[in-house]
Design a protein around this ligand. Sequence first.
Ligand code: TUI
Length: 314
Amino acid sequence: MIRTPICDLLGIEYPIFQGGMAWISDGKLAAAVSNGGGLGIISAMNANAEYLKKQIDLARSLTDKPFGVNIMLMSPFADEVAKLVAEEKVAVVTTGAGNPSRYMPMWLEAGIKVIPVVASVAMARLVTKAGAAAIIAEGGESGGHVGDLTTMVLVPQVCNATDLPVLAAGGIGDGRGVAAAFLLGAVGVQVGTRFLVAEECGVHPNYKKKVLKANDIATMVTGKRLGHPVRQIKNQFAKEYAKAEYSSISDEELEKLGGGALYRAAVEGDEKTGDFLAGQISGMIHKEQPAAEIIREMFEGAEEVLKGAGKWVK
Ligand code: TUI
């Protein structure tokens, strides 16, 4: 059995979070992950408080276990969803794509455990001072909005910079990845892409198919010109967007080109014009499974690897 301080802090069985994926991580998926012993997370994405309230109610109807909400700080509705999670007193709030400091006093006042996703040591230091309960260090192997550093170099540097528990994210898809995260100093992991193909995940079947068919070099990063690099599976949309980034079109036109593309992928399953955000571990995923089975498999695998980890030490 693998148990770490993050299990006791949150009252969960396995030290694993399911990443907040826009248009993908809803109340149903979050509840399935929490029922499987991890921490399920609802994505507040770019939606308003009314949407989020429905998803929180749905999760509460499906599980008695703790779950979290991920707030994407660049969302135009960040203020109203930030207020809602405080009113609802959700167990955990994770944040992404920015600095959560302006909301921290309100969340801490509500007794929420705030666990920001960071992509740099500077942000890890800042959220430590602001009262975070733990930190998720996410490397650029992940899907969606990515930083520059890999998980391999980010996690140990974040561990050196804070006394808080650190979870590793980005590039973790099986037991070997979980074991590696522990060896880098983390006490838990956050996994997005592998839960995308969970049976309980309601994303469009074409999205799952794209991830299941992907190989090691199937993803690419676009969006650097506008300062928001995003990792996704290479397809017509991603290639055309990449080409446009190096053309003479204006930033406004480029922004327009990206609008609605994730919705077209996740909800409509449009393989050509959709934007299929996914991490570099896509090439390691070959089957759809229940969320609880994914968790069990990853931790049984990690246990085996960790038990044999001393074999080169003479
Ligand atoms: O946030 C994510 N993943 C995401 S957000 C998203 S929605 C989106 N769509 C289009 C463009 C941009 C975003 C899709 N996937 N992961 C967590 C994460 N946070 N990765 C990187 C960061 C991050 C970046 C900068 C955290 C803090 C930060 O601080 C900025 C600053 O102020 O220094």
